[in-house]
Design a protein around this ligand. Structure first.
Ligand SMILES: Nc1ncnc2c1ncn2[C@@H]1O[C@H](COP(=O)(O)OP(=O)(O)O)[C@@H](O)[C@H]1O
Ligand SMILES: [Mg+2]
Length: 232
């Protein structure tokens, strides 16, 4: 089943008199349970594509379809509802709330959704266990390493049991040991929960560990290939 699809998508940013064409006609389908990397140099359009596929931004031309439905027709309420339910996000800068503990950061989306506190706490602890951070649940982000912060962010992204997690350069601020650990963790979740993962990277070293990679250059797809992944 296709989770999300970009159909001949273009994105142009305007600022003042200047225009930047960040995506120039990109078509792509992500199937359920896939483990895919988007690779490209800085400025190639990775973040733009992640934001569009994650329904965080709208294309200038073309369509984004979530489970076969064109999201351009959705109301804002419906859009945020389906986004929260279907998609988890992980960002380059972790985006944790600094004054909250690891546990509270993972609980936060559930509290916003009105999940009762004991249940939210229990589910958050189970997710922290999955990312191997049980012993750090009461630490604030500043007391955690970059790799640990990103593991909290992954736990948080899994709260709604999304069909897909989109991670925009999740390893860009990590050393190679921690980067590998994050990829391994995403792979484990991908296999145990059948969650599709789409992550962007400029590090071609990571391409061997995915089932499929998409190469972006100047806002177009240069290559979209499936291959045998090698476990890191
Ligand atoms: N909000 C924005 N306003 C104007 N230009 C932007 C904006 N975001 C990205 N761009 C431009 O769009 C192009 C693609 O950017 P981006 O998607 O961030 O690429 P990547 O994530 O691969 O570095 C770049 O030329 C970038 O400068
Ligand atoms: Mg980027």
């Amino acid at each position: 089943m296709t989770v999300v699809e970009a159909r001949d998508v273009q994105k142009t940013y305007h600022f003042g008199e200047t225009q930047v064409q960040a995506l120039r006609g990109v078509s792509l389908k992500i199937q359920s349970g896939e483990f895919v990397a988007i690779w490209g140099p800085s400025g190639s359009g990775k973040s733009t594509l992640c934001n569009l596929l994650g329904l965080l931004d709208e294309p200038s031309q073309g369509q984004i379809l979530l489970k076969g439905q064109a999201v351009g027709t959705f109301s804002d309420n419906r859009l945020s509802e389906v986004r929260n339910e279907a998609i988890g996000f992980v960002f380059q800068n972790f985006n944790l709330v600094p004054v909250l503990s690891a546990l509270e950061n993972v609980m936060l989306p559930m509290q916003i959704q009105g999940v009762p506190l004991p249940e939210a706490q229990q589910r958050a602890m189970a997710l922290l266990e999955e990312v191997d951070l049980t012993s750090h649940s009461h630490h604030r982000p500043t007391k955690l390493s970059g790799g640990q912060q990103q593991r909290v962010a992954i736990a948080r992204a899994l709260v709604s049991e999304p069909a897909m997690v989109i991670a925009d350069e999740p390893t860009a601020n990590l050393d190679s040991v921690n980067a590998d650990r994050i990829i391994r963790l995403m792979r484990k979740v991908n296999r145990t929960h059948h969650t599709a993962f789409l992550f962007s990277t400029h590090d071609d070293r990571l391409l061997g560990s995915v089932d499929r990679h998409v190469r972006l250059k100047d806002g177009t797809i240069e290559e979209d290939v499936e291959h045998q992944a090698i476990d890191l």
